[in-house]
Design a binder for this molecule. Structure first.
Ligand SMILES: *Cc1c(COP(=O)(O)O)cnc(C)c1O
Ligand code: SF4
Length: 341
């Protein structure tokens, strides 16, 4: 890894040859185009352009293709389309709900959890989710650099109480296979590191990213890998995603999902049950169901805690234990996530 300070979003390089890089380069950024593709009226796009602010629309074509045409309330569309509701000022929703994100981004390594360390490998994402805390910290322009990643690895090497390295971001699978392989190699050289965890939404929004090379690299590693994907609705998990997950499973990685409980997306029992069923069909175990981080602009997605607990209670009552994700919330200053069920 060279030690210059260019951002590690190597996918931005040109011209892209690998299919996933091409998909990323040609992702939809124009609300008018998205609305045209989905047979939605122009006024929906007009509202969207006005509402987007500094966190623009970004959605890969393959993900948009899973949306239902003509339905402005489609649960996948709802996750990515800016609306005027984002402009509402709601008490309790702040720019930095976890009271730490800005400092984390600069450090490159987050040591908040016992035994685990988070490497912020890149600031970019292949999709802009409207409920994401990232909307207030465009890391892509400010955060992770090669230099930062090198420093993070040095610190992990010097800390023999760390056994698991979590690659996070942004989306760490935006690193290309060369960079990722090099990073994994450096971690393999550290004897006290046993597990490599990758938190990524790319297998869902851009399944082409699960390349043979990536799968091979994980297979041959001495590290146990755990891949935590992020899907909120069964309709996100089409055949292309199923195929990506079987490729990943062939690497021997443990496959988990984290979802966020979102009003208008997945805040019904049947929707959550269908999500769990579909994940299990794909060999993915539902791990977390997060309550929303209260970031400014995301208030319209909030599900009251009492309703969240009731939904989760019904999942526990009616589903096999392994189909029930942990209901959790991040609380600033707590050493781990707070489990509500
Ligand atoms: C909660 C969380 C972790 C730690 O996850 P555990 O599964 O509780 O170890 C790591 N990264 C992110 C982004 C998280 O939200
Ligand atoms: S994929 Fe994850 S990190 Fe990226 S915008 Fe969506 S919620 Fe945020």
């Amino acid at each position: 890894m060279s030690s210059d300070d260019t951002p590690v979003n190597s996918a931005a390089g040109s011209p892209p040859h690998e299919p996933w890089k091409r998909e990323l380069a040609f992702a939809i950024r124009d609300p008018f185009e998205l609305c045209r593709l989905l047979d939605l009226p122009r006024r929906v796009a007009e509202e969207s352009v006005e509402a987007a602010g500094s966190f623009p629309l970004l959605v890969p074509r393959g993900f948009a293709a899973r949306m239902t045409k003509g339905d402005p309330a489609d649960p996948l569309l709802r996750q990515v389309l800016p609306t005027s509701r984002e402009r509402e000022v709601v008490e309790g929703f702040t720019a930095d709900p976890l009271a730490e994100r800005s400092s984390l981004a600069a450090a490159g390594l987050v040591r908040k959890y016992a035994g685990r360390a988070l490497v912020l490998a890149t600031g970019g994402c292949a999709v802009n989710c409207r409920y994401c805390f990232r909307r207030e910290f465009p890391y892509a322009e400010s955060g992770a650099t090669r230099q930062g990643v090198v420093a993070a690895v040095d610190e992990i090497a010097a800390s023999d109480d760390l056994h698991e390295v979590i690659l996070s971001g942004g989306d760490p699978l935006l690193l290309d296979d060369d960079l990722l392989s090099e990073l994994v190699g450096r971690l393999e050289d550290i004897p006290h590191v046993r597990r490599l965890r990758i938190h990524t939404r790319l297998p869902v929004v851009l399944p082409e990213r699960v390349t043979e090379r990536l799968v091979e690299r994980l297979s041959e590693s001495r590290l146990r890998s755990v891949v935590v994907i992020h899907a909120n609705h069964a309709a996100e998990l089409d055949r292309s995603v199923a195929e990506a997950m079987s490729r990943l499973a062939a690497s021997g990685a443990i496959l988990l999902n984290q979802a966020v409980l979102l009003a208008g997306v997945n805040d019904r029992f049947e929707t959550l049950r269908d999500l769990s069923d579909r994940l299990l069909d794909l060999g993915v175990v539902p791990y977390y169901l997060h309550l929303l981080d209260r970031v400014v602009g995301a208030a319209s997605f909030e599900v009251p805690e009492s309703r969240a607990v009731a939904l989760h209670r019904r999942m526990r009552d009616e589903l096999p234990g392994y189909a029930v994700p942990r209901l959790a919330r991040e609380v600033p200053g707590e050493p781990a996530k707070v489990w509500l069920g």
